[in-house]
Design a protein around this ligand. Structure first.
Ligand code: F6P
Length: 342
């Protein structure tokens, strides 16, 4: 294998540059040319491809974003798209590909592998919702960022006798919400996986304020969480490039409902893209380096259709069949732990 392609796709996540740097350095050390595919799958088809230089990957272990840029793409949604991608890779003389991304990216990687191209996946998404790996690159930095925000918001919530609702990312799963709630001492964490009603939420807040004598509360809600009656549904009706509803708004709706139903002063802070933009924490830089070190080995050893996943203390090859289209949901024990302190 003389030329290995590197592509980053889906939402950016802190630690992605540390991934690219590791793959490129392993290539240089092995006499292989690392080839950067810019702007994800659409960039591949358009020919936004060039060799990565040593200068490209110097001084980037600590930076957020991706030097290869990223996007969500509709490629691989239609039959025959894998062949288009394969032909584009062949045009650039790329013999194997590392796909750094989340669920959509690993699904594309699997299709490409099934079409006979050598592909290894690297788990990267702040959502931590990928099956087959205990952690995804970017998640721990996002949790860190939200935890700091909760620490800071506590002061204003307490000073103004308010309920502070904090909306965080998490379309299908609430890993960021539960882990940050545990670390940041939030009183409630609401996630897509576990049903709740506004009556229950209000009853819990009422007990905290009126029985336990607290003057403020902090509630974390994942952007994809909805109450059973769907009162919180923002119903934006706006879709993203992939036809999925654009999320955002449940937190503001929850704050409004708390004010109406309980008469407490409530505000919402939506952390949004700040969760994806922080410099990677040390743990993410190390995870990125470890999974990419293994991904490189897997590719040159001739493995394909696998992702380098963290299981226990080891990085192991996980078949993309066990990753693509599957979700790693918040487990009941984690969810319970996030509710203990309310
Ligand atoms: O990176 C994953 C994610 O953070 C989801 O939680 C969220 O729904 C999505 O990205 C939004 O990102 P974009 O607007 O870039 O598609």
């Amino acid at each position: 294998m003389k030329r290995i392609g590197i592509i980053t796709s889906g939402g950016d996540a802190p630690g992605t540059n540390a991934c690219i740097r590791t793959l490129a350095r392993r290539c240089f050390n092995a006499g292989i040319t690392p080839v950067g595919v810019f702007d994800a799958w659409d960039g591949l088809i358009k020919g936004s491809v060039r060799d990565i230089t040593r200068d490209d990957v110097t001084g980037i272990v600590q930076t957020a974003g991706t030097i290869l840029r990223s996007s969500r793409s509709r490629l691989f949604l239609a039959a025959g798209d894998a062949d288009k991608a394969k032909a584009a890779l062949a045009r650039h003389d790329i013999h194997g590909l590392c796909v750094i991304g989340g669920n959509g990216s690993q699904t594309a990687a699997r299709l490409l592998a099934q079409s006979g191209f050598a592909v290894v996946g690297v788990p990267k998404t702040i959502d931590n919702d990928l099956a087959g790996t205990e952690l995804t690159v970017g998640f721990l930095t996002a949790v860190e960022m939200v935890t700091h925000a909760l620490d800071n918001l506590r002061a204003t919530a307490e000073s103004h006798n308010r309920v502070m609702v904090v909306e965080v990312m998490g379309r299908n799963v609430g890993w960021i919400a539960v882990e940050a709630a545990i670390a940041g001492g939030a009183d409630l964490a609401l996630v897509p996986e576990f049903p709740f009603t506004l009556d229950e939420i209000c009853a819990r807040l009422k007990t905290r304020h009126e029985t336990h004598g607290r003057n403020y509360s902090i509630v974390v809600i994942a952007e994809g969480a909805l109450d059973e009656q769907r009162v919180l549904d923002p119903q934006s009706g706006v879709a993203d490039k992939l036809g999925r509803p654009k999320l955002g708004g449940v937190g503001a709706n929850l704050a409004r409902e708390i004010e109406i139903r309980l008469g407490y002063d409530a505000r919402c802070t939506t952390l949004g893209y700040l969760q994806r933009s922080a410099a990677p924490c040390a743990a993410d830089r190390i995870l990125a380096t470890r999974v990419c070190d293994r991904a490189f080995d897997l590719l040159v050893e001739g493995q394909s259709g696998v992702m380098a996943g963290l299981q226990g203390t080891k990085v192991v090859p996980v078949p993309l069949d066990d990753v693509a289209g599957k979700l790693k949901r918040v487990t009941p024990d984690y969810y319970r732990l996030a509710q203990v302190f309310g």
